[in-house]
Design a protein. Structure first.
Length: 232
């Protein structure tokens, strides 16, 4: 392991010392307290200059090494911003949940240092979809559109689907990761399956939307719905 980390460190030194076509950017992924987040995937996007384009141009992605450090080279001049994810964790992607982007303006063949990407901790909210009559498996593969859509809308306006954790034959377990101390609407919707909420009340119009807020350090309550029927 030490040998691998040493090689990674040498790679960074070589990037810093060896001329390379295009600009180079060096940075670090960390928590708000400054703790490095090694293993996070950092993505750099070149910002859109054409108003007709809907999304930024994907440029490159790399894992953060020990100490949370990352580097990109061979970049054209322009404006870029950075996103970061750590799959399987509750760290939040700043591009999804922060209103301000981490951005840099890069000049031709420039070496940019000191970029800091901060990831905030989130909380996993458990969602249980009870299916006592196994209607999900019965109709889910035979009827187009017969599914339950579960997820949240992020600060950036993107819909983030819930993660399916498993199916125990009597229902399915999902989770969504949201920020602490921030009311977030969790959407549970289906055009075909009838549902009831945790009190047994029918979900109107096939849509159960509700704000969820979890204070820092608290454990979130489970959100629960039950599949009660099917409509073609």
């Amino acid at each position: 392991m030490k040998a691998i980390l040493l090689l990674l460190a040498l790679d960074v030194m070589v990037l810093a010392q060896t001329p390379s076509p295009g600009a180079m950017v060096f940075g670090k992924v960390q928590s708000a307290a400054g703790a490095p987040i090694a293993g996070a995937w950092v993505t750099i996007y070149r910002d859109v200059t054409d108003s007709r384009a809907a999304v930024p141009h994907f440029t490159a992605a790399t894992p953060a090494w020990k100490g949370g450090v990352f580097a990109f080279d061979g970049l054209d001049a322009g404006s870029y911003h950075f996103c970061a994810t750590l799959p399987g964790s509750t760290w939040l992607n700043p591009c999804d949940w922060d209103s301000k982007r981490v951005s840099v303006d890069v000049k031709p063949n420039q070496m940019v240092r000191g970029v800091v990407v901060v990831m905030k901790p989130g909380v996993a909210v458990p969602i249980r979809v009870d299916d006592p009559n196994q209607l999900l498996s019965k109709y889910g593969t035979s009827t187009p559109g017969a599914h339950v859509l579960i997820g949240v809308s992020t600060v950036s306006g993107l819909f983030q689907p819930a993660t399916l954790l498993g199916d125990d034959g009597k229902g399915r377990n999902h989770q969504v990761v949201i920020p602490f101390d921030s009311p977030t609407t969790v959407a549970i919707r289906s055009d075909h399956f009838l549902m009831t909420d945790s009190t047994g009340k029918a979900v109107a119009n096939g849509s159960a939307n509700g704000p969820v807020s979890v204070p820092t350090g608290n454990t979130p309550s489970q959100i629960k719905v039950t599949i009660s029927g099917f409509r073609p």
